[in-house]
Design a protein around this ligand. Sequence first.
Ligand SMILES: Cc1ncc(COP(=O)(O)O)c(C=O)c1O
Length: 394
Amino acid sequence: MRPAERLERIPPYLFAQLEQKIADKRAAGVDVISLGIGDPDMPTPPNVVEVMERAVRDPGTHRYPSNRGRPEFREAVTSFYRRRFGVELDPETQVMPAIGGKECIFNINFAFLDEGDVALAADPGYPPYTGGPLIADAEPVLMPLVPELGFVPDLSAIPDSALERARLMFVNYPNNPTGAIVPDGFFDRVVEFAREHDLLVVHDSAYSELTYDGYVAPSFLATPGAMDVGVEVFSLSKGWNMTGWRCAAIAGNADAVAAYWRLKTNVDSGLFDAVQLAGAEALTGPQDSVREMCAIYTRRRNLVIDALREIGIQIEPPRGTIYVWAPVPEGHTSASFAEEVLKQSGVVVSPGSAYGPNGEGFFRISLTVPDERLAEAVERMRSSFEEVVREPEL
Ligand SMILES: Cc1ncc(COP(=O)(O)O)c(C=O)c1O
């Protein structure tokens, strides 16, 4: 048996590797605290679970769903976009369910890239922006995100040789892994750039509802002209603690949504109807739990920022996402630091280099563990940081 060569082109998925390391440590008796993956620790809001319970008992939801999606789901996304972002969508042509944002991002590559085409992907960035194009026989071209530019790509630095072949551009704000929010005017520049180079912009808004200190994230689709050049991938995973449900939507340019639909009808059989009904409830029901989550993450973020400050790592508190992105102490690479922290304190942090070459020199902490465990992790890290910082001088 020989797996396809394309599998060799992609590195093993970071969190699959981390899971193994954590399992090994736990088997050796270590009380591991994982601040690696961003998987919310709090339950899905009860009103959503209740709708799911009713829906799953209704045999009408037990058959193949349509890839186009239930009208209730498409209309819920449409009304949410109107209320929350001031964006008007046609629920018939501009909205479709997805089996999670990851599926949607991955499949967009297959719907829009041919062999030799280019997808422009943020570096550091969510791994499927690069893995997707590679598996689709295309080429990801990295757009560096550096702190000096507020973690937005310098569009003028993208080489012409890449732009000639570029079909897709992935952007994501609030940004994973850097926690950056979109600066004023950047989405307008992206629209102009996409027009100039005939690109489909894919804005991944996985963290739009998790923002702090009064910041409210916009939709890319609210940018004048965005509907002509782009789609937004809107996931319910993080905002409503629904990572296990696999519930997301694609919204925006009708031709792009139709291309995604055409591909999907050949790939899968749609999102479970009961999950669509529960997702509709999440979007149209009470939003208190989203506000509560923002308060919880603000508290946890401050805990981590204070602890880092005490050991000499000064960073601006992120105003969005569920991550803290921080520079590794001098004398370490991202990987050596993450290894060391795991070894000395039993705490898992993600090495920045796993998100792309420009992630080197950073590490990421996820705020998705209960407060007391996070406090313990931070405390353990505080002592191991001292060890780690001292170690290279020994
Ligand atoms: C930027 C970004 N996009 C998409 C996703 C995936 O979300 P989903 O659970 O909807 O597949 C994640 C998950 O961590 C993410 O960080």
